[in-house]
Design a protein around this ligand. Structure first.
Ligand code: NAD
Length: 283
């Protein structure tokens, strides 16, 4: 169990949407919360509305995340719960993606999480009572689709990191735990992610209102609900946190395609040389 009351929490992307919902739910449970975001206006407004401390950050820049850590430690003397949630969700077919698109989405959605882990994990591991890292993935951490190539690349990557980190922490009997949040559709500002795109080369990635398109018949929940579901999983040290348990068939269909590929052909019999044996790779 992770205790939330009385703890210090940092939520990236906390000025809007799911991050704001997580921050509000943490405040409800008695945590002191720092919301960190790239959008100064929304950051200040949200912080005042929910009773959190604002901190400007660009998660795609390591130095910026390190400055966030320094600010939190200087102000509160500790950090216990870190929610790596900042993210963008513009869509593009893979063929239309430019390198500038890849830089932007990998920078925020993947490097943002990497920067958060490298910066905050040592602090949580040094805490006598450990701590908790939440990483906001997506249902796209488990299944991709048309237009989701670059987004799913980041969300599957962070799942890979979380899976490994969870095993490593368990192996060392750590008091630090990690949760991958895998939301379905939540009513947020993700459909205008390009508001935060750094100036530079244009690309294929563009904002899409999925509530009018691919997800028009899907169930949208409010950010505060996603936040409360997330905090429940943080408290229970769940590895995966599902906001839409009714969406298992989407993941099952993807898993079924993988399973079928394993059964497609019989084993091609071969006994290759082992490392160090004659003709094998060098040991
Ligand atoms: N809304 C959904 O349906 C949905 C579904 C699955 C996963 N997610 C994930 O939830 C997370 C939050 O997205 P949301 O839907 O709440 O969108 P949102 O746009 O409402 O919130 C995202 C926040 O991240 C901030 N941000 C963007 N770039 C940043 C940067 N470089 N540094 C710091 N902050 C930055 C934005 O300013 C914004 O406040 C994302 O990781 C997203 O991929 C959302």
């Amino acid at each position: 169990m992770t205790v939330v009351s009385g703890k210090v929490a940092v939520v990236t992307g906390g000025a809007s949407g799911i991050g704001r919902g997580i921050a509000e739910a943490l405040v409800e449970k008695g945590a002191t919360v720092v919301i960190a975001d790239i959008e100064q206006g929304a950051l200040d407004a949200t912080a005042a509305e929910i009773g959190a401390t604002p901190a400007l950050v660009d998660v795609s820049k390591a130095a910026s995340v390190e400055a966030l850590r320094d600010l939190v430690l200087e102000r509160f003397g500790r950090v216990d719960i870190v929610c790596l949630n900042a993210g963008i969700g513009p869509l593009s077919r893979v063929a239309d993606l430019t390198l500038a698109d890849w830089d932007w989405i990998l920078g925020v959605n993947l490097w943002g999480v990497i920067h958060g882990i490298t910066t905050f994990l040592p602090i949580l591991r040094a805490n006598p009572d450990g701590g908790h890292i939440e990483v906001t993935g997506s249902i796209a951490s488990f299944a991709s689709n048309v237009g989701l190539g670059s987004y799913a690349a980041t969300k599957m990557a962070v799942r890979g990191i979380v899976d490994a980190l969870a095993l490593e922490l368990a192996e060392e009997d750590s008091k630090v735990h990690v949760t991958l949040l895998a939301p379905g559709t939540v009513s947020t500002n993700i459909g205008t992610s390009s508001r935060n795109r750094p100036a530079g080369l244009a690309g294929g990635l563009s904002d899409v209102d999925i509530s009018q398109g691919v997800a028009s018949d899907m169930r949208f929940i409010r950010p505060i609900t996603a936040g409360r579901i997330t905090v429940r999983s943080i408290e229970n040290d769940d590895l995966y946190c599902q906001t839409h348990p009714d969406w298992w068939p989407i993941v099952a269909a993807s898993a079924e395609r993988v399973r079928a590929s394993f059964e497609q052909y019989p084993v091609m019999e071969d006994e290759g040389p082992r490392p160090g044996e004659q003709g094998g790779p060098r040991a």
